[in-house]
Write a protein that binds this ligand. Sequence first.
Ligand code: GAP
Length: 437
Amino acid sequence: MKDVSLETIVSLCKRRGFIYQGSEVYGGLAGTWDYGPLGLSLKRNIMDLWWKTFVTDRDDMYGVDAAILMNQKVWQASGHVDTFTDPLVECSNCHNRFRADKIDTSKCPTCGQSNTFGEPRQFNMMFKTNVGPVDDEASISYLRPETAQGIFTNYKNVLDSFYPDLPFGMAQQGKAFRNEISPRDFVFRSREFEQMEIEYFIHPDQWQQEFEKWVSGIEAFLQALGLPKDKIHQLEVPDADRAHYSKRTIDFEYDFPIGREELLGLAYRTDFDLQNIQKASGKSMEYRPKDGGAPFVPHVIEPSFGVERAIMAVLSAAYTEDEVGGEKRAYLKLPAHLAPVRVAVSPLLKNKPELVAKAQEVYRMLKKEFGAVMYDDNGNIGKRYRRQDEIGTPYCVTIDFDTTEGDGTVTVRNRDNTSQERILPDNIIDFIKDLTQ
Ligand code: GAP
């Protein structure tokens, strides 16, 4: 099958209730997106899988959830106030603005005029705001541009409360905000998005081996997202392109419908942040080895995931077209553990009370077990299957007259091969679990 286009994904997301344009009813707000019921469910499943994989399944990880608004000193010490910038150019003819590193500046991509751009100026991407009723220098704050600083500023708190052995990690999921010059490509480059980040604190001598372990950990997670290996690429970021704090970075790139782009980053952030906090706050960030060794400021390996980019990769990997009974079919071949709806339950006919009653009973039973179960009696059964295929529901259970008047079995239909098996209601849960494990 040829690769899916971005337009196909965007239109499916809107039509089926995954992702809508932010503030759409008022004409939208560039770079913002709203999640509908199915998109939210998919997003939560991805975030929960990440949390389970990297936090709850491990013994060396501590979760935090820091405030989005932070003291401005955080962003001064981290270097973001001075250096978190993109080069901005403006066309002197049409006055559209662009990121200078993303276009050919000899010709304006909007109006087509040549030589209309001057020298780029550095544009800081942080959203600035004021905390409290007075609009002055002292009240300045920012919407955080990364979740990482909420981890660094709580490193000492976690150290003092839990006395962890090194190496240990701290993890956070949450919103990040960047005033991108040109938000584009659906949720790929948004102004408000969600990150999942880990700061893994290590002894500096260990950085290379710990870095390699994280490469493997990330590879395994991307496999659990159902992303094909041949579409994932590791880019060793050259010195000149790395963020100001990094000594080594690998960008994990993915072959998105928009081309090969960064999905997530893995950086060796050294002791850059903890040293800066130590200097700016006057508080020690040293770790005291329990064996009596000399205290030191730990170094950090940082895997940084963007949720929106993970969603875009998962949706484009899952999108599949085939032919069923001579008709073209589009479906999302999502891994069952990510599917927004795990099972859909239908009565064959919605005007037959005995079918409806049994369908409701089966629906309640499955909902108790799986949670994400949909009762679907809209349209005819063919249309329901089509709709459930398009949102990636792995199984559809149908109650028909054989259920109520025959051998009591229901039909369980498989999304991927459209096969149907008859099963007793008592066995559905085990059947579905067996197939999805
Ligand atoms: N703490 C390190 C950090 O923030 P980054 O490479 O700037 O590093 C990490 O961002 C990840 O956040 C990216 O790999 C990407 O997945 C996601 N991300 C960054 N900017 C984004 C944007 N404007 N829209 C959506 N996701 C974004």
